[in-house]
Design a protein around this ligand. Structure first.
Ligand code: PAJ
Length: 280
């Protein structure tokens, strides 16, 4: 497994691989890898001749009050996991290389980024789309793999890829969960034992919503009212948003149908957790 930090070196290597007729599968991450990331790497291994992983905690997607400086990092462990997963090349750029002095170009997807995480984290998606566009250009990805855990991020990246004619196939993969249902996240390490227990309320809320729909409830508001009560019963949980949206437009829905997805962001203590799932 090769480890490259330099951007030009990464791009030259990618271009050489393409000239040699090899396809490139790409998994962009911020590191502190878990089984969710691993599922993307495993699918990437199947889909590309060369499997590239990037590890970059992207400052541009963190707000001023957010956890950039405390975001968990463990490069040695990440590299061991990558080796195990059959990654060919790990790219670990520095913030200075990605955003050198004078940097002035941003990619901004309109509309889809107005709601949900976009509303509570101003500028977040601008940071995500800008870095993902840059990463695609350097890595020369043919296929890139993303998790449905970040449902809105996936929708926004699909939109950007279409709108900017990026020659990259975007693949979305299901949420990987802990045995008790908690969606895996690098941020789960922030949780105390008591908070870790209360964090189960996200996946429980999803299960309750799915059960209500199975039992014939079609009113989004009826479901949301029940879920709000469930979540508020946890002393350390605070709802950031809880919405039932159309999977493509991300607009709120009144009645449940096969396009309905429940999307939530809940603070447990100071840790903001997200989860989502289809209702039918
Ligand atoms: P990060 O949070 O490290 O996630 C990297 C990829 O792993 C994303 O596509 C995310 O959706 C996926 N992922 C995270 N948890 C998952 C889970 N439990 N199951 C399945 N997939 C999961 O998302 C980012 O980094 C950044 O915004 C990035 C796209 C790298 C741009 O900086």
């Amino acid at each position: 497994m090769d480890i490259i930090s330099d951007t030009d070196q990464m791009q030259q290597r990618a271009l050489a691989e393409k000239r040699a007729g090899r396809s490139i599968a790409f998994v962009p991450t911020m590191g502190f890898l878990h089984d969710g990331h691993l599922s993307l790497l495993q699918e990437g291994r199947r889909r590309g001749d060369l499997l590239v992983l990037s590890i970059f905690v992207n400052p541009a997607q963190f707000g001023p009050q957010e956890d950039l400086s405390s975001y968990p990092r463990d490069m040695e462990r990440d590299l061991a996991i990558a080796r195990q997963a059959g990654v060919d090349l790990v790219w670990t750029p520095t913030p200075e290389a990605v955003y050198p002095p004078g940097y002035a170009t941003w990619v901004d997807v309109e509309g889809l980024t107005d709601t949900l995480c976009g509303a509570s984290r101003p500028g977040h998606f601008r940071g995500v789309t800008t870095v993902v566009c840059k990463l695609f250009n350097v890595v020369q990805a043919d296929v890139a793999l993303f998790g449905q855990k970040d449902f809105q991020q996936l929708a926004v990246i699909r939109r950007m890829t279409i709108d900017l004619n990026l020659p990259v196939e975007i693949v979305g993969l299901p949420i990987v969960r802990e045995a008790d249902g908690l969606a895996m996240s690098s941020r789960n390490v922030y949780l105390s034992a008591a908070q870790r227990q209360q964090a189960l309320v996200l996946s429980q809320a999803l299960a309750v919503a799915q059960l209500m729909v199975q039992n014939g409830v079609t009113s989004a508001e009826e479901i949301l009212t029940t879920l709000r009560r469930l979540i508020k019963a946890k002393p350390e949980a605070r709802i950031d948003y809880l919405q039932i949206c159309h999977q493509q437009t991300l607009q709120d829905q009144v009645a449940i149908d096969t396009d309905s997805v429940l999307l939530m962001a809940v603070f447990v203590g100071k840790t903001r957790l997200i989860d989502n799932g289809f209702l039918l």
